[in-house]
Ligand binder design. Structure first.
Ligand SMILES: N[C@@H](CCC(=O)N[C@@H](CS)C(=O)NCC(=O)O)C(=O)O
Length: 217
């Protein structure tokens, strides 16, 4: 059955791979599922046809036959459940991998998003300089225990899983802040994720959209 996802017609990051279609593309590449992409403009995202797929008028969405999904957590989980390669067979290991997906989205991503918003949307406010260090420290408060838990391991819990895919995707959003590099083990963990052939293909595909050059990945 054909899988179709949506992505920005033109991503605000210009192809740095930070738009959330990249994590869905990555999951699809990891499991070897071919997919199509429907590009949407900011205006189209707020129109009824797209709102029927995504109530908040965002990307990405996922369509497969009669099934339509939104929210990258739900989409990646669906892909991982349907096809092998992203979740372990052992029931407990599977539950732990899913736990890491939730941890990435519910515990680690929120302070990173707050930091991005503080810089991009509130950078010109008179109180920004005072607030920014507080927001940055909230990111560090998540990275510190995460790096302790990761230790010297390659991935968070045994073999690479959807939990790592989501955590690496989330951590990538913090790289521009410089905070990721304060935690060398996390920076190396992210680099291992980026080195995966499936990630490279996903990155190249979204870059091709944003640069107009065909993907060679
Ligand atoms: N929690 C959602 C967030 C989706 C989201 O914020 N998408 C962004 C692109 S990365 C978007 O569509 N932004 C445009 C907007 O909100 O109008 C998910 O993980 O799918």
């Amino acid at each position: 059955m054909t899988v179709t996802i949506t992505a920005f017609e033109r991503s605000p990051d210009g192809g740095k791979g930070l738009a959330r279609d990249t994590r869905v593309r990555w999951a699809l590449e990891e499991v070897g599922q071919p997919y199509q992409v429907r590009l949407v403009s900011f205006r189209a995202m707020k129109e009824p046809a797209h709102l029927a797929l995504h109530p908040f008028g965002q990307i990405p969405t996922y369509e497969e036959g009669e099934l339509a999904l939104f929210e990258t957590g739900a989409i990646v989980f669906h892909i991982a459940q349907r096809r092998g390669g992203l979740l372990p067979g052992d029931a407990n290991a599977r539950a732990r991998a899913i736990t890491w997906m939730f941890a990435a989205l519910n515990t680690v991503e929120p302070p990173i998003l707050e930091l991005v918003a503080a810089k991009l949307l509130e950078g010109d406010k008179p109180w920004c300089a005072e607030r920014l260090p507080l927001v940055e420290n909230r990111v560090r408060d998540r990275f510190r225990p995460l790096s302790v838990r990761l230790g010297d391991a390659e991935w968070l819990d045994g073999a690479f899983s959807a939990g790592d895919l989501m955590m690496v995707s989330v951590l990538l959003r913090s790289r521009a802040s410089g905070i990721l590099d304060e935690f060398p083990s996390l920076a190396a963990y992210v680099a291992r994720g980026e080195a995966r052939p499936a990630y490279k293909r996903a990155f190249a595909a979204q870059l091709a959209v944003n640069t107009g050059k065909p993907s060679t990945g």
